[in-house]
Design a protein around this ligand. Structure first.
Ligand SMILES: Cc1cc2nc3c(=O)[nH]c(=O)nc-3n(C[C@H](O)[C@H](O)[C@H](O)COP(=O)(O)OP(=O)(O)OC[C@H]3O[C@@H](n4cnc5c(N)ncnc54)[C@H](O)[C@@H]3O)c2cc1C
Length: 772
């Protein structure tokens, strides 16, 4: 006992006396920590540090504060924004004919370009004082979504000036003189911007651009000024072929110290008029046949004044940070808006088509296999809308959350890809034959573009989401890294000492809580609501603990290697992402007033998210290099096994039926989908046929019953059945007419376009209709 007591006292002295603890314990750990830290280049460090944390920080803390999430006000349009949706957006949609735009003009028609400029579509984010509309992120996103459901080419054209580019960069970093020079023209459409970062040698690794700018003296307007000599080659640049002003990223050097002490300031952004001598707007690319402008820009020994640097010469070398900071906003709005549009369009049209299209004597939407794909469309569309609103809402709170915008970009474009694939599968030949009647084809063609731009998806999932999340959202890691980087080693050690003790307590709490919640099926976890969604909150709290614990283990065991272990990082990122998206779903359900009719969609989404979290954890445990640690993690997260599985067949059936039933639920789910005039537009025709067919459901049942009882013959064509039903007085004249009208519309709606044999791309479709 005496020896034991002495040992305890010794341990207490070591732990409690700061100098002894630091010398014997913390110092060796600190040295080890410094060694395992991943080597970060300046560009990586700047990317890591840019932006804010938001709800992702709560999820990473292991203790998400659900009341805090619920207290965030519901994102909504202002009266002005709603009026713009109801008037200008509606007018624009009526002007767009996407088939004509893509296959006949391969450009937007001039009246459309003029309307976009005149009505301020290019100035959604520009402040009113410079002539812009100064709309919120949620309005920007709703406008782009609504346009995209009608024409992706028009949506991309509107999206780019309102995303990362000259407008956004000028607003954040431009000098007042630069703002006055450019923003009014950008606002009224007189100036068309593009932003050129990517080149043949540098795509994802944009920090490695070989384009150069050398500070030197030169002549501008007949006077000698300090300026920059540029040499660059850029490709894939959206709007470049029609741009009047080019935002350019290049690597700046200042060998003679003309603008500062640093000989190599690094990546810098400047704004250059497209007609400036030496700027060569090159040829156009063909991005999967879509019609938005995309092309190349070159410059050989182009001299520009140094004050064309965005923000002026003092912003030399700050380009990378500017881009990464601004990327957060654009990435959280633009591509999520396009993917949401794909969801709304696919859900509305596939629901209608599945009811209208008959095979084997039944609407195809009644086959379970089709229902499975339909439910995915419905469930994912609910998630898309929820994440769109929550992410744009975060931006409207004035935050710049880099991790959640990366989550939104990656997962929403992937959901868009899945949804359009499912819609194509269900539409089958009707989705494949391109022509004015095909409302899906261009979305199918466009999805790889969304996957590629603003951070290609593989890179975003594998490198960015967890990589940035772990350092930005973790309550201690970034601070510990800062302590390690402290130039004063003693101060760094003291900071590290304080952080480490808190970190150890945090980790121990996560292990204990994760295990406890796993053993008790999360029943004792907190939830801010009762009722059907309560258990989902509890499971998410449990997995938030699990994520916090596994992230610590992964960083402790793998250290700098985690950067190379992309598959491990991706799985941890998946857990974080699904926690975020599931939170968005629950918040969306609350924000919409807990609509009972939406519950099948909520159940589908939540069961999917929980199953995906389970799958990601399993993948992590099965592949984690240190098998002992893998088993410990598995024991704490799934002590009784992983019992989470995707949506049940009952839920699948309910969601599929929701899509095939005209109702407020269907309207709410697809509210951003353009539905045109039934006489002139295929979406309007499909919708009309669907409603007409739905309304004769009772009559069809009556006729079927008469067939079953032997009163009417079986195996009749629709026209014969109506005829016989009339003769045998099963239906009235008016009912026969109603049926004939509905069948006529259905036959028209399932029709596809036919072309002359010598069809050219500009060939006119003959609007002939397949026989039903
Ligand atoms: C239609 C279109 C419009 C565009 N508009 C613009 C624009 O306006 N301005 C502009 O500057 N650029 C623009 N881009 C460029 C776009 O941002 C790049 O295409 C993108 O950054 C990817 O570069 P890349 O195509 O060269 O692919 P690469 O960088 O060659 O990548 C190829 C593949 O490797 C993966 N990959 C790369 N590195 C890693 C890694 N470390 N870990 C895991 N996976 C990795 C990527 O995810 C991708 O799947 C546009 C591109 C397209 C197609």
């Amino acid at each position: 006992m005496t020896i034991f007591m002495l040992l305890l006292v010794l341990l207490a002295v070591v732990l409690l006396v700061g100098d002894i603890r630091r010398t014997l314990i913390i110092k060796p750990i600190f040295s080890m920590f410094k060694k395992v830290l991943p080597p970060l280049s300046n560009t990586e460090r700047e990317a890591m540090e840019a932006g804010d944390t938001w709800w992702d920080g709560d999820l990473f803390s292991g203790k998400p504060d659900w009341q805090k999430l619920h207290s965030i006000s519901k994102p909504a349009l202002s009266a002005d924004e709603q009026a713009f949706m109801d008037n200008q957006v509606k007018t624009l949609l009526a002007m767009l004919d996407d088939y004509e735009i893509v296959h006949e003009h391969n450009d937007l028609p001039k009246p459309v370009w003029d309307y976009l400029g005149k009505e301020g579509f290019f100035s959604l984010i520009i402040p009113k004082q410079y002539g812009g509309l100064e709309f919120s992120a949620i309005a920007n996103s709703a406008i782009v979504s609504a346009i995209a459901s009608r024409s992706l080419s028009a949506a991309v054209t509107v999206m780019v000036p309102n995303s990362l580019g000259p407008g956004e960069l000028l607003m954040h970093y431009g000098t007042e003189e630069q703002k006055q020079r450019w923003l009014p023209g950008l606002a009224n459409g007189a100036e068309v911007p593009c932003f050129a970062l990517t080149g043949p040698q540098a795509g994802s690794d944009a920090g490695a651009i070989p384009d150069t700018g050398v500070v030197c003296k030169g002549l501008y307007n007949g006077e000698e000024v300090i300026g920059i000599k540029l040499n660059f080659a850029k490709r894939y640049i959206t709007l470049a072929p029609v741009a009047t002003v080019v935002g350019l990223a290049f690597k700046l050097s200042d060998p003679d110290g003309l603008i500062g002490d640093d000989a190599n300031p690094g990546i810098t952004c400047a704004l250059i008029p497209a007609d400036h001598p030496g700027i060569e707007i090159g040829k156009r690319h063909n991005p999967l046949s879509l019609a938005f402008m995309n092309g190349t820009v070159y410059g050989n020994d182009v001299f520009i004044p140094a004050d064309w640097i965005i923000g002026g010469p003092e912003y030399a070398g700050r380009g990378w940070r500017m881009l990464v900071e601004c990327l957060s906003a654009g990435r959280g709005i633009s591509l999520p808006a396009l993917s949401t549009a794909t969801g709304h369009l696919a859900a509305r049209m596939t629901g209608a088509y599945s009811y209208v299209r008959r095979q084997f004597g039944l609407p195809i939407g009644q086959f379970e296999g089709v229902q499975e794909a339909m439910a995915r469309i419905g469930g994912y569309t609910y998630v898309l809308e929820a994440v769109r609103k929550m992410t744009a809402g975060a931006l409207d709170l004035g935050t710049s959350p880099s991790v959640v915008t990366a989550i939104a970009k990656y997962h929403m474009t992937e959901m868009g890809r899945q949804v359009i694939n499912d819609a194509m599968d269900i539409h089958a030949g009707r989705g494949i034959q391109l022509g004015p009647k095909n409302y899906l084809g261009h979305h199918y063609m466009g999805i790889p573009i969304s996957i590629t731009v603003e951070g290609a998806n593989i890179l975003t999932r594998n490198l960015m989401i967890f990589g940035q999340g772990a350092t930005r959202c973790h309550p201690f890691v970034l601070k510990e890294m800062e302590a390690a980087a402290n130039p004063n080693p003693d101060e760094g050690l003291r900071q590290f000492d304080q952080l480490l003790s808190q970190h150890v307590l945090f980790a121990a709490g996560n292990v204990a809580n994760s295990l406890f919640m796993g053993l008790t099926g999360s029943h004792f976890a907190s939830a801010p609501v009762s009722g059907e969604t309560k258990r989902y909150y509890q499971h998410l709290s449990r997995f938030s603990r699990g994520l916090a614990m596994c992230a610590d283990f992964a960083m402790l065991v793998l250290g700098g290697d985690l950067k190379r272990k992309e598959m491990i990082s991706a799985r941890l990122g998946d857990v974080l992402s699904h926690l975020y998206m599931a939170s968005a779903v629950l918040k969306h359900y609350e924000d919409d007033g807990r609509q009972q009719g939406d519950l099948p969609l909520v159940h589908y989404a939540m069961q999917w998210h929980l199953a995906e979290i389970g799958k990601a954890f399993d993948g992590l445990f099965n592949n984690f290099p240190n098998r002992f640690v893998a088993r410990v993690m598995k024991l704490c997260v799934f002590p009784l096994g992983n019992h989470f599985s995707p949506a049940t067949d009952k839920v699948v059936n309910e969601v599929a039926n929701t899509l095939m039933t005209p109702s407020v639920v269907r309207e709410r789910l697809t509210h951003l989908c353009f539905v045109g005039d039934s006489q002139t537009d295929p979406t309007g025709l499909m919708e009309q046929a669907f409603v007409a067919m739905y309304n004769v459901k009772g009559l069809e049942c009556k006729l079927k019953a008469a067939q079953r009882s032997g009163q009417l013959a079986t195996k009749l064509s629709p026209a014969e059945l109506i005829e016989q039903g009339l003769q045998h007085q099963v239906i009235t004249d008016a009912e026969a007419e109603q049926l004939s009208h509905a069948y006529g519309l259905a036959a028209e709606a399932i029709g596809v376009d036919e072309f002359d044999t010598e069809r050219s791309l500009a060939g006119q479709a003959q609007h002939t209709h397949d026989a039903a």
